[in-house]
Design a protein around this ligand. Structure first.
Ligand SMILES: NC(=O)c1ccc[n+]([C@@H]2O[C@H](COP(=O)([O-])OP(=O)(O)OC[C@H]3O[C@@H](n4cnc5c(N)ncnc54)[C@H](O)[C@@H]3O)[C@@H](O)[C@H]2O)c1
Ligand SMILES: O=P(O)(O)OC[C@H](O)CO
Length: 339
């Protein structure tokens, strides 16, 4: 299978996804809003701010011109942070109308929109007119860009309401080191992908404070329970949360020191302020906005999410981390099987 694919966003993930799709034999164009990054990718085949020392494929073409980027695209892959999806989708929609194109729309981002609390596939469906797209799907799962860059074994999920779209994304992305499963529970996949970043922030904070593996396992497992509780109120299949985009991505993001969410939590645990942490990391930390949205959704839907609530209070300055941990530990006794 060989297609003309356009990847929008040239950060850690967008650039590695573009490189992988290029290695899979597609004609790939990557769009960045930053002209000096475009020149670096085209001339030196590097992307130093995001993945220093990595050499990208020489056949990968970068451009800062969005119309040129999506000209003739069979598939468009959105790889910008969650809060930029709508803005970029609006720009794409104008051009799809002019160019009379109908590509597959795929996104690889992990978050929820803060202004609407919506899933990213919903945002895309609202902005890209049904006449200008073949399908919408999402690629998600435990996939640190740094590991994929060195072709380490990675397994992810291609999800869509439409199995044909999921299968198309599966074929496009899959290769000998990147194995892709399909799932028609797009809601469950997107909720798991977004909310695992909250748990990664918490896991980093525990490490920053000097807590050990028992604490981390506890956070991951009880975190998964509350993600599943919220997700099922949206009609997600509970089994999805035990899969790659659920528990799989919690394990990676809450343990990998490459994770920006984990790193942010670690620095918070070490006593840095949220502003300092955001500045130090200099790349998107999706868990910060996602915590706000998940906290809001939990309240609105009457879902008990004590870990999310505690992390929300810590991030937004209402309580110190140690007090938040004490309050979690001293909650009423419960059965593990309680909903
Ligand atoms: N890095 C990873 O390992 C990884 C893996 C899987 C999924 N993701 C997800 O992919 C998404 C992107 O992550 P990333 O790691 O590439 O982030 P990043 O911070 O490394 O890069 C984001 C890129 O998007 C660009 N961007 C932001 N807003 C934009 C806008 N309005 N218009 C055009 N460009 C814009 C930035 O300039 C930057 O180049 C996130 O949702 C993240 O959770 C990341
Ligand atoms: O580096 P992070 O924390 O944005 O996480 C990257 C991926 O989502 C891990 O699967």
């Amino acid at each position: 299978m060989s297609e003309r694919v356009t990847v929008l966003g040239a950060g850690s993930w967008g650039s590695i996804v573009a490189n992988l799709l290029d290695q899979n034999g597609n004609h790939v164009t990557i769009w960045s809003r930053n002209q000096s990054q475009v020149e670096q990718l085209n001339q030196a085949h590097t992307n130093n701010k995001y993945l220093p020392n990595f050499k990208y494929s020489k056949t990968l073409v970068a451009t800062s011109n969005l119309t040129d980027a999506i000209q003739n695209a069979d598939s468009i892959v959105f790889a910008v942070p969650a809060q930029s999806i709508r803005l970029v989708a609006k720009k794409v929609e104008n051009r799809l109308e002019q160019l009379k194109l109908k590509p597959n729309i795929i996104h690889v981002s992990k978050g929820l929109e803060t202004t609407t609390s919506e899933l990213l596939s919903q945002v895309l469906a609202e902005e890209i007119h049904i006449d200008h797209r073949k399908s919408i799907s999402v690629i998600s799962g435990p996939s640190q860009a740094e590991d994929v860059a060195r072709k380490d074994i990675t397994l992810v999920t291609a999800a869509s309401d439409d199995i044909n779209a999921a299968t198309h994304a599966q074929k496009l992305f899959m290769n000998h080191y990147f194995r892709v499963y399909t799932n028609t529970d797009m809601i469950g996949v997107e909720i798991g992908a977004a909310l695992k970043n909250i748990i990664a922030l918490g896991a980093g904070a525990l490490s920053g404070l000097g807590y050990g593996d028992n604490a981390k396992a506890a956070l991951m497992v009880r975190g998964l329970a509350e993600i599943s509780r919220l997700g099922t109120t949206f009609g997600a299949n509970p089994l999805t949360f035990t899969g790659l985009s659920g528990v799989g991505d919690i394990i990676v993001t809450a343990t990998s020191h490459d994770s920006r969410n984990w790193q942010a939590g670690y620095q918070l645990g070490q006593g840095k302020s949220l502003d300092q942490v955001v500045k130090n990391i200099g790349m998107v930390i999706e868990g910060i906005d996602t915590t706000k949205v998940a906290y809001r959704l939990a309240k609105k839907r009457g879902v008990e999410m004590p870990i999310t609530t505690a992390i929300y209070y810590v991030l937004y300055g209402k309580i110190g981390i140690k007090d938040a941990i004490s309050q979690l530990m001293l909650r009423d006794r419960k059965s593990e099987l309680d909903n």
